[in-house]
Design a protein around this ligand. Structure first.
Ligand code: 4AD
Ligand code: MG
Length: 465
């Protein structure tokens, strides 16, 4: 028997007959025919399609294992790859040998049925990757990650690993998960407060909400960097677009103003969509057939569209004029809710929209103040159906203005002395943005819930596998 395993994807892509192949994978279905044959559909996760195996009942050793070749069992099959006579597949394996690695008790295996709700599958996160949908999601997720590295590498960006444990709150929203080795039942106290001097790091630490601040340090030395790492937010939002642990891509560029930043964000999204359309054709066909019949067209349209760019103030005017009834009232100065964002991108412009120049009061301390003294050079990229996928800005590069905004937002400039130093020594105009990786995967696959595009979702009250 051949030693080296063939991946089903490679065999199908090659499309040619072959006298000897060896496949390994999990049985999806088994059908016995009257003529002394069984048909097994094997899937090895390399692509959506399985490969049909025709096994004659008189193969040596076959009778003994046949009853245990049930859905979910793991097998290897060697034989000849030949043109199929039957409908539904072009090639099939005429088995010379079928062997069993692991059984899956038909009475107990939870994926016996053909289709299951995504809610049910979330409860069996250890088995859901064996379904077609999750296989396709994970392959597309991988391709997007690869596409992100390729996009930035091709443009001379340096991939920077920023810390996960940090003492600073980048978004200043206080939504951080604390990291401590102190005994919670009996923490050391000093002056009526927990004495963090006795904690592992000698001060209060948390999981990062963003790699941006550290990213800026390296952008102001290497010009163009990006981070791509896990970020954590302890916000109690149980929505289909929020995770407590998610992956964020954050490019940071010296010498970019807000326009350059918007150009890069738009180019980035289009490049990623085009890459997936080209390189994940089979998985994308699957999503178009099973999840969202418009998804291929949507992605193609985004690639060809010019993103609408509007001032926050103009966005507010449009929303005030809208005949639509919103749950949250709109007035200048308010944060835009997802219903507002979706109205603009779905109903008004029917394409991606970049809103920029937001009121200073509702945006983070690090964003550059406009001459009007009221707005900052912030931008959000909104996609139809999803809402915000990217948030970014030109950064405040003036030490005095930055310190003033820090104080106004209740941050202690002493604690961020290193961040202010970047503006004291060789400051430069610079900009960057953050893209929520799971929101990207969600949009590209058409999946409704963000919990279904990450292997192990972390949400309020849910952290077990
Ligand atoms: O808009 P955000 O909060 O921006 C930042 O963190 C900046 N420091 C980025 C930067 O300028 N370098 O988050 C960026 C993106 C959002 O647009 C959204 O796509 C995603 O991160 N995001 C989440 N994704 C899933 N679950 C959550 N709880 C998310 N919070 C933000
Ligand atoms: Mg944001």
């Amino acid at each position: 028997m051949k030693k080296k395993r063939d991946k089903i994807k490679d065999l199908l892509n090659c499309g040619e007959e072959s006298p000897e192949v060896l496949i390994k994978g999990w049985v999806r279905t088994k059908r016995d025919s009257k003529g002394g044959f069984s048909f097994l559909e094997i899937n090895d996760g390399s692509c959506v399609s399985g490969l049909q195996v025709v096994a004659a009942h008189n193969l040596p050793g076959y009778e003994a294992i046949a009853p245990r070749l049930t859905t979910g069992s793991c097998v290897f099959v060697s034989g000849a790859l030949v043109r199929s006579q039957g409908k539904g597949q072009t090639l099939e394996v005429q088995a010379a040998e079928v062997g069993l690695y692991g059984t899956a008790d038909a009475e107990k295996y939870p994926l016996q049925k053909k289709s299951h709700s995504f809610e049910f599958l979330r409860e069996i996160a250890h088995l859901r990757p064996r379904t077609n949908t999750f296989g396709a999601v994970m392959r597309v997720r991988h391709r997007l990650a690869y596409g992100i590295h390729k996009f930035f590498h091709d443009r001379g960006f340096i991939h920077l690993h920023t810390p996960i444990i940090t003492t600073s709150d980048c978004e200043g929203a206080g939504e951080m998960f604390q990291v401590t080795t102190l005994d919670l039942a009996e923490p050391p106290m000093a002056g009526g407060q927990v004495d963090y001097d006795k904690d592992f790091f000698g001060e209060r630490t948390a999981l990062t909400v963003s790699g941006q601040l550290e990213g800026e340090i390296y952008a102001l030395a290497l010009s163009d960097i990006y981070t791509f790492g896990p970020t954590f937010r302890a916000e109690n939002s149980n929505t289909s677009r929020h995770l407590a642990e998610f992956w964020m891509v954050e490019p940071e560029m010296a010498f970019y103003d807000l326009d350059d930043n918007m150009d890069l964000a738009e180019e980035f999204i289009k490049a990623l969509f085009a890459d997936v359309l080209e390189n994940c054709a089979e998985d994308m066909e699957f999503f178009n057939k099973r999840i969202d019949p418009q998804i291929l067209e949507t992605l193609r349209t985004v690639c060809e569209s010019e993103f609408e760019r509007i001032h926050y103030t103009d966005a507010i005017h449009l929303l005030e004029k809208a005949s639509e009834k919103f749950v949250y009232a709109v007035e200048w100065g308010c944060a835009l809710q997802s219903e507002h964002e979706r109205y603009l991108s779905e109903k008004v412009f029917k394409k991606p929209v970049i809103i920029f120049n937001y009121p200073e009061a509702i945006k983070s301390f690090y964003m550059k103040l406009n001459e009007d003294g009221e707005t900052v050079r912030a931008m959000d990229v909104l996609l139809p159906r999803l809402g915000e996928i990217i948030g970014g800005s030109q950064r405040e590069d003036d030490a005095i203005l930055l310190e003033r905004r820090m104080r106004a937002k209740g941050l202690d400039p002493e604690e961020y002395w290193w961040y202010l130093d970047l503006r004291r020594f060789g400051s430069a105009p610079h900009s960057g943005f953050g893209l929520g990786f799971e929101r990207l995967v969600q949009f590209v696959t058409g999946m409704e819930n963000i919990r279904d595009v990450i292997p192990f979702p972390r949400t309020p009250r849910h952290a077990r596998f």
